[in-house]
Design a protein around this ligand. Structure first.
Ligand SMILES: [Zn+2]
Length: 404
């Protein structure tokens, strides 16, 4: 690669987060000389890859000329295949969502059918979004399951029957003329939190999502950790109660078996069967859900309150373990169970602080995710831009003299 191309790649990699920067800032951050930055930026502007925007850098003074990737340069498709719902969206290269839709997740007879569903949904989304298909830069797929995000290999998906041991990235790559990124939902969700959510500007944080299962991801020094095998940490399978119920992984008393949505409902049902009093006792069995339990707890129901408080304690114990190991100061809690709100979050923070090392505890903040149910799909789209922008841009018909 020529020196000029290397400089171009360096600048584009820096600007891939879509934050506008001045020429001086680009030179400072990349260690390139102002003259080189000026020359390369001029060519990228000329080619329509960058655009200049006038932004005020502070309350006073003239607006500065800032540079960013031209948002219409290309588009990315993000898919999130969850246990209940599948979400699809299309963003521009700046991460702005241009189209999104949701479908009920299906059951699949085999891997082949699953792949067909993904390609069908991705193609339909591009068509419905109205963007130029020739400017699609890549496809990001988030899956509820155990996924090697380095190789895009899906080991198994406990909540998506029929899908097992699938080299998904490889298979999709053969069908799409674009870079493909495949990861588990927690990984991509954390990416979206980092770019646009509660972890914006934060380099070290822990994400815990509690819903039908318990997912987690950890960001260390600005990168979502994925280890040698490309896996996200499995906080959901830390033992939090040795005499707890059997977990889907075969162990007893894992966090997932104690604190997931189904586990919460099960604990309330069991308490009612044992004759404990609760306003929930008047409801038909199928109306006892995490939502109705949280509602009852807020209205002062003691059983509902104690189950949610206890759930928060279990989550807090697992989080304290992660804090002691890695020391992130921000913990983000997402997923449907997080909708229990302050009641749950207070219990998590209180317990995490009690169990974490005393030097760590005072600095720990537990906050609720600010993303909606499209967070993992959004992160899947962003992952393509994050992971390999140069490869993505290489697929766009750029003027030959730019030659990425
Ligand atoms: Zn387990």
């Amino acid at each position: 690669m020529s020196a000029e191309k290397r400089h171009q790649t360096t600048i584009l990699q820096l600007l891939r987060d879509a934050r506008p920067r001045t020429r001086a800032e680009i030179a400072r951050t990349t260690d390139l000389s102002p003259t080189t930055v000026g020359r390369v930026v001029a060519r990228l502007l000329d080619a329509g890859i960058l655009e200049a925007v006038q932004l005020r850098n502070g309350a006073v003074g003239r607006p500065a000329v800032m540079l960013r990737l031209s948002p219409e340069l290309g588009y990315v498709v993000g898919l999130d295949i969850g246990a209940s719902n599948t979400r699809v969206l299309v963003t521009n290269i700046g991460g702005e969502i241009l189209f999104r839709c949701s479908h009920k997740s299906k059951t699949y007879s085999d891997n082949h059918q699953f792949v067909q569903e993904i390609t069908g949904l991705a193609n339909a989304a591009v068509e419905q979004s109205g963007v130029d298909p020739a400017r699609i830069l890549g496809l990001g797929v988030a899956i509820s399951g155990v996924v090697d995000s380095l190789r895009g290999h899906c080991f198994f998906c406990p909540n998506i029957p029929g899908v097992r041991d699938l080299a998904l990235k490889q298979v999709l790559q053969a069908q799409f003329p674009h870079p493909v990124f495949v990861a588990d939902q927690s990984h991509t969700y954390a990416l979206a939190e980092k770019r646009f959510g509660a972890a914006r500007g934060v380099d070290n944080f822990l994400l815990v999502t509690v819903g039908i299962g318990v997912g987690s991801a950890i960001c260390i020094e600005g990168r979502i950790y994925r280890g040698e095998m490309g896996l996200t940490p499995e906080l959901g399978h830390i033992t939090v109660s040795e005499d707890g119920p059997l977990c889907s992984c075969g162990n007893y008393g894992c966090l997932e078996a104690m604190a997931s949505g189904p586990a919460i409902v099960q604990r309330v049902r069991q308490a009612l069967q044992e004759g404990l009093y609760s306003s929930l006792g008047t409801l038909p069995a199928d109306e006892i859900t995490v939502e109705t339990i949280a509602e009852a707890a807020r209205a002062g129901d003691k059983l509902a309150f104690s189950v949610i408080d206890r759930t928060g304690q279990y989550i807090g114990i697992a989080i304290a373990t992660a804090l002691n190991l890695l020391g992130p100061q921000l913990v983000i809690v997402g997923g449907g169970v997080a909708n229990c709100g302050e009641l749950l979050l207070d219990a998590i923070e209180r317990t995490a602080k009690i169990h974490a090392l005393h030097v760590i505890s005072p600095h720990v903040r537990v906050v609720r995710s600010t993303l909606d149910e499209y967070g993992a799909a959004w992160g899947a789209a962003l992952s393509v831009i994050e992971v390999d922008l140069s490869a993505s841009l290489g697929k766009v018909a750029l003027p030959a003299r730019v030659g990425l």
